[in-house]
Ligand binder design. Structure first.
Ligand SMILES: Cc1cc2nc3c(=O)[nH]c(=O)nc-3n(C[C@H](O)[C@H](O)[C@H](O)COP(=O)(O)OP(=O)(O)OC[C@H]3O[C@@H](n4cnc5c(N)ncnc54)[C@H](O)[C@@H]3O)c2cc1C
Length: 413
């Protein structure tokens, strides 16, 4: 019997475990290396969306029931503005009018742990390490790590997110591929979520949005701060003090609960802060290395729907490799062809959602509030038309057909 091709997967977020799951099914031997010291535990992070084909990937992996059980279930929302009464909405009722029936929102931490649980028995996971060097030879890849001993692989997939080390090592510096979309996002845990009554609360003023969202089953809530601006944060991504100062400057003078949220961001140990940017590449493979998910085509954190794109990309790559029995020269062009159009279409979602989520002016904020006030009051046919007109992001993110599952082969090299 031939030895199964050894595939190194860098990153155990969403794309990495999806890819590893399918590679095992198709007869490969994946090894996943993850920089975090341990598997994700609990509903950490933020809510992410799986639309049509992303839901289908979870179904084909056999984890959809678990994903649905973990769904955030956040349907009640309160919209708050600097002056005037707040507006309460039931998004569940509005969503029923949308034509996109396949959608699940789940905390990223829950999704990552469900995918890890579904793969850990068959996949070698190495936590607390990172790829440091990749040398491509005619016969394979010699990979060195920050901590572990060097190893040889047949193939490698970079699924290590927006700031991918694989991309930097194999394709060149991040600046070459990253486009700033004109916004920033911060997400952090709240010490005491009193006063929010289990609903998502969204405060929007000119160029700034603040949100509190409950984390189901925990009694806790998380805060998010998003803001627009031409100037990108120029500090070091590890300098959390500089990030906090940047946040404070952006939200200076805002009312509602914003000062309390800024205090929470100051003391949070789990502060996530980043500029909202996209990865734009023309090609996602080089030699024996492929990029998948945010590493290759992040459409923009918090605004771009990257989770669906990542799940689809990972599933597609696995099945192209399966069909080609591990021959990357045959599989990689097919992978690029399958996802290229979808990835390019997905790039429109981030800038558009950023404009919707964070109004550019007081006028836009008032208009958005008025539109939301009007929605539940519309006659049913108009309501359906309005909701569907507004679901362009869902349509774009659903605009791809998953490849037919490759038959379980005996890959050879
Ligand atoms: C604040 C925020 C809000 C978001 N909201 C949404 C949303 O509402 N809807 C949506 O669809 N998407 C959303 N996203 C985007 C979504 O999280 C990503 O598109 C999705 O997780 C992509 O999956 P991935 O596996 O490609 O990358 P990631 O989930 O980022 O996983 C990458 C993994 O690689 C690991 N890693 C990083 N560097 C290394 C290294 N050098 N070596 C080894 N491992 C490494 C990381 O620790 C991580 O586990 C949001 C993102 C952010 C940041």
């Amino acid at each position: 019997m031939r030895t199964p091709p050894a595939v190194l997967v860098s990153g155990a977020g969403v794309a990495g475990p999806v890819l590893a799951h399918q590679l095992v099914r198709l007869g490969f031997a994946p090894v996943v290396v993850e920089r975090a010291p341990a598997p994700q535990a609990g509903p950490g992070g933020f809510g992410v969306d799986l639309f049509g084909p992303g839901v289908e990937v979870m179904e084909r992996l056999g984890v959809l029931d678990r994903v649905r059980e973990a769904a955030t279930g956040n349907t009640r929302m309160r919209l708050v503005r600097p002056v005037g009464r707040p507006l309460d909405l039931d998004l569940g009722a509005l969503a029923q009018e949308a034509s996109t029936d396949r959608h699940v929102e789940v905390m990223r931490g829950d999704l990552a742990s469900i995918l890890y649980a579904a793969t850990r028995d068959d996949v070698e996971y190495v936590f607390g390490d990172s790829v440091e060097g990749v040398a491509q030879t005619p016969h394979g890849l010699e990979v060195s790590f920050e901590r572990g001993a060097p190893r040889v692989f047949d193939l490698m997939a970079g699924a290590d997110g927006l700031h991918s080390a694989t991309r930097r090592l194999v394709f060149g510096p991040e600046e070459r591929y990253r486009r700033f979309l004109g916004g920033h996002v911060a997400v952090f845990g709240l010490p005491e979520p009193r006063g929010f009554d289990g609903r998502v609360v969204l405060y929007r003023s000119a160029g700034r949005t603040a949100a509190v969202f409950p984390v189901r089953g925990t009694g806790r809530a998380r805060g998010a701060l998003l803001f627009r601006g031409e100037q990108e944060f120029a500090g070091d991504h590890r300098d959390t003090e500089a990030q906090r100062r940047f946040l404070r400057a952006a939200f200076a003078g805002e009312g509602w609960e914003v000062p309390r949220l800024l205090d929470a961001a100051d003391s949070a140990e789990d502060l996530y802060f980043d500029s909202i940017s996209q990865i734009r590449m023309d090609s996602w493979t080089r030699g024996r290395v492929a990029l998948v998910g945010d590493a290759g085509y992040a459409p923009g954190p918090a605004v771009g729907g990257g989770t669906t794109v990542a799940a689809v990309g990972a599933y597609t790559l696995a099945h192209r490799l399966g069909r080609a029995s591990g021959d990357h020269l045959a599989a990689f062009p097919g992978y690029e062809e399958d996802i290229g159009g979808y990835v390019r279409r997905s790039r429109e979602v981030g800038p558009r959602s950023l404009r919707t989520l964070v109004p550019g002016s007081r006028w836009e904020a008032a208009l958005g509030f008025g539109a939301m006030w009007l929605l539940p009051r519309l006659p049913r046919t108009l309501l359906r038309a309005a909701v569907n007109a507004d679901s362009r992001a869902a349509r774009v993110l659903s605009s791809v057909d998953l490849p037919e599952p490759a038959p379980r082969p005996r890959p050879s090299r």
